[in-house]
Design a protein around this ligand. Structure first.
Ligand code: ADP
Ligand code: MG
Length: 409
């Protein structure tokens, strides 16, 4: 462990009252926009229960029995720790130190969602062990999951490897989307899905941007029936003004506000078009971007600086015609005179062949077509990339798709 990290860990354990009596910090494993994560040993782990640390002294599996005591709302972090006392505890934990600059409501939201998820355990979703606060600093304690950096394995994944990887990711999504009030993760991307290729096990982490479906949403055209949508669009200001060149000068339309939280390149088109009634389907799109990344062996696949560039990237692939329709359904207008955006776009198959240099302009001048199993992956990808969120596959349906379905012999 390098000196700067050691110093940072010492500063943290010295200032956070009570932490060093209970945890021995081992290393710093993550440093993001919203938190710093440390690997630590829980000094009060269950010595009597050695199911945690089999050969490798690592948690091979962490599952939580349902909580004995259930409460509808979180009555404080002390309560949470009380629940933790009732469960078996792993030896190695990840301590997530949430930056004090995060708003209390944001921190509360993350812990509340994690607590709810923990009450209905799923192997593919990281549960919460406990949480502590000292003055303005809050830490969440999670079981530690060994994982490999995505960049070190994604280029080598075979289609069967992808099936295992995405089966696990979609099980996680089905679990959170299937909550009584569905949970939208909002930040599905490789660094938030901890995967260990050797063990073929993955866990979804990071509920820092997650929210319940329906939270501060206002009716959006996309959720209306098609005849009603047509009626509204025909009467809308955008339709009466007609397509304009560039931005209208005296635009009297109210500005639109919508949650745009997430990571560049993984945002669904409805997020870019500021849909005011976003659903769990935004996570399915992001999972699709992960699959496209693996199939095309390019990371990051989309590399835009802002939302408009992101729209251009999507329009280039899916074509102007579909992109305009997509904008329209959220009450927006998409216009472009960029010559590289064609009306019809390209098939995902073509995009993958180009990205992997297997098209006929490759070095041998011959096209190396997709294999049957790659074509199956592409059929699944097309379902994740439906521009209309209502038509896009759900996590539950995805698990029944030929690409993810587990064959029963
Ligand atoms: P942030 O909101 O800062 O992105 P995350 O919850 O995504 O925080 O954690 C940041 C990083 O820390 C992850 O990408 C991962 O590498 C590591 N990490 C988080 N939780 C765990 C865990 N339970 N086990 C092992 N590593 C973890
Ligand atoms: Mg993260």
């Amino acid at each position: 462990v390098d000196a700067a990290v050691r110093e940072d860990m010492e500063r943290f354990t010295e200032t956070f009252k009570g932490i060093k009596e209970r945890f021995r910090l081992i290393n710093r494993i993550g440093e993001g926009t919203f938190s710093t994560v440390y690997k630590a040993e829980d000094l009060e782990y269950d010595h009597y229960d050695n199911s945690w640390d089999l050969e490798e002294k690592e948690n091979t599996k962490w599952s939580t029995p349902p909580l004995k005591k259930r409460k509808t709302d979180m009555q404080g972090l002390a309560d949470l720790d009380e629940y933790a006392q009732q469960r078996r505890r792993p030896k190695y934990v990840a301590i997530k130190k949430i930056y004090v600059t995060s708003s209390p409501s944001r921190i509360y939201n993350e812990l509340e969602l994690l607590k709810d998820i923990t009450a209905r355990p799923c192997d593919a979703v990281c549960p919460l062990i406990t949480a502590f606060r000292h003055t303005d600093q809050v830490v969440a304690v999670l079981p530690y999951f060994r994982h490999t950096d995505f960049r070190d394995y994604f280029r080598n994944m075979t289609v069967p490897d992808m099936q295992i990887y995405f089966r696990s990711l979609f099980k996680a999504l089905a679990a959170i989307h299937g909550a009584k009030i569905p949970i939208i993760h909002r930040d599905i991307k490789p660094t938030n899905f901890l995967y260990e290729p050797d063990k073929q096990r993955g866990v979804l982490v990071d509920f820092g941007l997650a929210e319940r479906e329906g939270t501060d949403s206002k009716p959006c055209l996309c959720r209306k029936s098609i005849p009603e949508r047509r009626h509204r669009v025909q009467n809308s200001v955008a339709a009466t003004m007609g397509p304009s060149n560039g931005y209208p000068k005296n635009d009297s339309r109210p500005s639109r506000r919508a949650n745009r939280a997430g990571t560049r390149g993984f945002r669904a088109p409805e997020v870019l078009f500021k849909c005011t009634e976003q659903t769990t389907k935004i996570d399915i799109w992001s999972a699709g971007v992960m699959l496209l990344t693996i199939l095309s062996k390019r990371f990051p696949f989309f590399n835009s600086a802002d939302d408009v560039e992101a729209m251009i990237e999507i329009a280039t692939i899916f074509g102007l015609r579909r992109m305009k329709m997509c904008a329209y359904m959220h009450g927006a207008v998409f216009e472009s005179n960029i010559p590289t955006i064609g009306n019809a776009g390209f098939t995902l198959e073509k995009i993958i062949l180009w990205s992997t240099c297997r098209n006929d302009s490759g070095k041998d001048g011959a096209e190396v077509p997709l294999t049957d199993e790659e074509k199956m992956a592409v059929r699944f990808l097309e379902r994740c990339f439906e521009l209309d969120p209502n038509k896009r596959i759900s996590a539950e349906e995805a698990l029944q798709h030929e690409f993810l379905r587990e064959e029963v012999y």
